[in-house]
Design a binder for this molecule. Structure first.
Ligand code: ANZ
Ligand code: ZN
Length: 787
């Protein structure tokens, strides 16, 4: 036989699939649906990386297996095409973002097709196409109508390098998630989506979905629910009062001072009464210039200043206590003010040590400070009570209020950048803020602007873009010139795949009903509190608007692990250790790359690349192909148990997304098959290999003379009686006379035993094609064929 020619085999198979339209999802199918989705890629100029191949191969195997099991599968792909890299590239090279993005998409499409991924290409979408972002703008208007989109002046994150504001979720440990530049705070008027309105449901919804625990925990922590109380501390001399938020009202008797955040609205009033107003003002000014990261650093020594001449009164002890301003208290959380309990809180303890403030212990036990619960002491009439039980009573005693707070902030969606979907809003001197009427959508992104960033949106410099007349009164008006965060575009794309060419709705109710929610979603773990939170928010908004019946978009989620470079480091252009999938496909073929990546280890773990092991995957592919030469009649009876065990194990492993162990089993089976395999068994084996190495399986299918495509065939079923690996010797008799023996599983059926017996040359000679008159079969012992 000629050498395995992957180029020829893979091209032929891909052509055949395309001609047959094999991977189209049919809306009118009566088969149960399965929506299997990849996180759609950002089409970067660098092309596909090995991590894309990993996730996409995993879902492709899953999708092919689902089709073979009679599912109507929706498996689409598209492009998350707006975003900063294309714009930055444009600034550097003067190539319009539209042009560089479309070129990158073309390259991605070619690479993805070369991998033999079974996407329904008739549903391809790009978020930068007016037909798509028209609906992104429609979603903005929907949120606006529901009171969930609002414009407000607020202290926001500003990336000085990207020249735009960022959402809280895009600031990671104080730096811009994209460019790693330290983020500054600026007071700006911006558009927000009210994610906080859904804080609790974003939390409770996690309980009903099948997601990795680590991702659920990350979302829970991000939302950050805290049950506590708000308690008023009156100020002496009738200066008003300060409201604090505490999760530990049980420690109220131990509150020995009060701390306000530098940005607290009361600071100004207090200043006018302070004996040291100048110093306090200097402290506030300095603190407001710090980044959140500088303020929150755990290791940093606490700073603060007492507001001399101003005192608060602890409402429980009635004692006067000092008031401080310190930057370890954040303006944006709780009430922006705390009661400090140095005996029981780590931060307050450190602060009290530094400023020699009194420490009053109110709970027994533990060291200093003691953060746990226990029996109350020094707590007036509550002394002796259990601290947990006393919480409510103490709140009641001082007229406080039980409250729940969340760390989650509203989502800031304005961006002062060019390459995004324009915000569909018009400002009129007469009518104020006017939403663009739905019939005027899309608000087209002008393609002829100078997109150099200046801190203001490039769109603001296009007269034709922003000089408009008010849709309400006709007076000259100004169009909003910011664009939307690209995470808005990706918050709803999985709906568009259900009905990608609809020009009346973002998707028809029947298409949504048919395909959604997504059954399996696979993508990187870096989106745990970004895309995955925003998409859940959008889905809840749609649900409450009565547009959909479910309120979680992704029933089952899995992350693929990071693929490291051969040297164990992260792949990066600057280190020169990036593996280009194109090179592997050219040299070894897509099937080899697919098998290699799936065999590297469990899907969700991090694993280093190993070029040597690719040849192992290639050898596997070649050996499977050469099984065509190993066809024998009959095959050894000991092969059936191995084959049937393989059917069972591979099916179970694919369902559990354990592709590496499925491939191990295929290899075990291959070792046995090489000793001789019947045509029928090879047909089964080709079907088992089909999800993993789809081109190879197609070639086998054709060589076996089968009609159609192997990918239209059914997943084989296994004979449970054949699963037992243990074999016993069964004596074969003809008319009661011993003629030989066969190894069989003890539970082998009569048919199997007869087939095995017939396979013995001595029996085959005697029986030829004759039908026995009678068969007496005692499993595990003897089969007597009466002729
Ligand atoms: C008194 C106290 C005593 C507190 C004690 C803790 C332990 P979580 O769980 O994260 O919600 N706090 C409240 N608002 C704050 C702000 N704006 N900036 C910094 N810290 C703030 O934390 C709630 C606790 O964090 C609150 O309970 C408050 O300190 C502090 F033994 O009040 B506690
Ligand atoms: Zn940045």
């Amino acid at each position: 036989m000629v050498a395995y020619n992957h180029k020829k085999i893979e091209e032929a198979a891909q052509k055949k699939w395309e001609e047959r339209g094999l991977y189209h999802a049919h809306v009118d199918s009566s088969h149960p649906k399965e929506y299997i989705l990849d996180m759609f890629p950002y089409p970067s100029g660098a092309g596909l990386h090995t991590g894309h191949v990993e996730g996409y191969t995993a879902t492709d195997i899953y999708a092919r297996f689902a089709r073979m099991n009679g599912r109507e599968v929706l498996h689409p792909i598209g492009w998350d095409a707006f975003g900063l890299p294309a714009e930055n590239y444009a600034i550097k090279t003067h190539t319009p973002p539209r042009k560089s993005t479309d070129a990158a998409i073309k390259n991605f499409r070619r690479q993805i097709k070369a991998l033999g991924l079974s996407y329904d290409w008739s549903r391809e979408i790009g978020t930068h196409e007016p037909e798509y972002y028209r609906w992104t703008q429609w979603f903005f208007l929907l949120l606006y109508k529901k009171g969930l989109a609002y414009r407000a002046k607020a202290k926001v994150n500003w990336c000085p390098s990207c020249q735009t504001v960022l959402a809280n979720e895009q600031v990671v440990e104080g730096v811009c998630e994209r460019c790693k530049t330290e983020v500054e705070q600026r007071e700006l008027e911006q558009w927000f989506f009210k994610t906080t309105q859904y804080a609790n449901r974003l939390l409770t919804g996690l309980d009903k979905i099948d997601w990795p625990d680590s991702t659920k925990i990350a979302q829970r922590n991000w939302i950050g629910k805290s049950e506590g109380a708000e308690i008023e501390f009156p100020l002496a001399r009738g200066l008003g009062s300060v409201k604090v938020f505490t999760t530990r009202p049980d420690t109220l008797y131990g509150a020995t001072y009060l701390v306000l955040a530098p940005e607290h609205s009361l600071s100004e009033t207090l200043l006018t009464h302070a004996d040291n107003a100048r110093e306090v003002r200097a402290y506030i000014t300095a603190a407001l210039h710090k980044t959140d990261r500088e303020r929150n650093a755990e290791e940093k020594e606490k700073t603060g200043i007492e507001v001399r001449g101003v005192k608060a009164i602890n409402p429980a002890t009635r004692k006067e206590i000092p008031v401080f301003i310190a930057d370890y208290v954040l303006g944006s959380y709780g009430t922006g003010a705390i009661m400090a309990v140095p005996a029981h809180d780590e931060r307050d303890w450190a602060f009290a040590q530094k400023f020699s403030l009194p420490v009053v212990r109110v709970i027994e036990g533990g060291g200093e400070p003691y953060g746990g619960s226990g029996t109350l002491m020094n707590s007036g009439s509550f002394t002796g009570m259990d601290s947990e039980k006393a919480k409510r009573e103490i709140v009641k005693h001082v007229g406080g209020k039980s409250v729940t707070k969340y760390r989650l902030r509203d989502w800031l969606i304005s961006r002062q950048r060019y390459w995004g979907a324009p915000i569909p809003i018009i400002y009129c001197a007469v009518c104020g803020t006017v939403p663009v009427p739905e019939k005027d959508l899309p608000v087209l992104l002008p393609e002829d602007v100078d997109f150099m960033p200046t801190g203001e949106s490039p769109l603001a410099r296009s007269k034709s873009f922003h000089q408009v007349s008010c849709p309400r009164c006709g007076a000259p008006a100004r169009r909003e010139s910011d664009t939307m965060d690209t995470f808005v575009c990706s918050s709803w794309y999985y709906y568009r795949f259900a009905d990608p060419h609809n020009d009346k709705e973002f998707a028809s109710p029947s298409a949504i009903e048919k395909w959604l929610p997504v059954d399996l979603y696979v993508g990187g773990a870096e989106h745990t509190v970004l895309h995955l939170l925003y998409a859940r928010f959008f889905t809840k908004v749609l649900h409450d608007a009565g547009i959909i019946s479910f309120d979680e978009p992704f029933i089952k989620l899995r992350h693929q692990g990071l693929i490291l470079a051969e040297d164990g480091r992260k792949m990066s252009k600057s280190l020169g250790n990036v593996i280009n999938p194109d090179d592997v496909v050219n040299k070894y073929g897509a099937d080899t790359l697919r098998i290699y990546e799936m065999f590297m280890g469990p899907l969700d773990v991090q694993k280093p690349w190993n070029t040597k092991n690719i040849t192992g995957a290639r050898r596997f592919v070649e050996r499977v192909y050469r099984l065509l030469e190993k066809r024998t009649v009959p095959e050894s009876p000991s092969f059936a148990p191995v084959l049937h065990k393989t059917i069972k194990k591979v099916g179970e492993d694919i369902t559990a997304l354990k592709f590496n162990t499925a491939i191990s089993q295929l290899m075990i089976c291959l070792n046995e098959a090489e000793k001789g395999i019947s045509e029928n068994s090879l047909n089964i084996y080709a079907r088992l290999v089909a999800p993993f190495a789809p081109h190879l399986a197609e070639a086998l299918w054709e060589e076996l003379g089968e009609e159609g495509s192997v990918h239209e065939s059914a997943w084989p079923s296994y004979d449970a009686s054949l699963l037992f690996e243990q074999v016993v010797t069964v004596v074969v008799q003809i008319n009661g006379k011993r003629r030989g023996e066969v190894p069989l599983p003890p539970q082998a059926s009569e048919d199997t035993a007869l087939a095995a017996a017939r396979a013995l040359p001595a029996i085959a000679d005697k029986l030829s094609a004759a039908t026995p008159k009678r068969v007496i079969y005692v499993p595990g012992r003897v089969i007597n064929i009466v002729v």
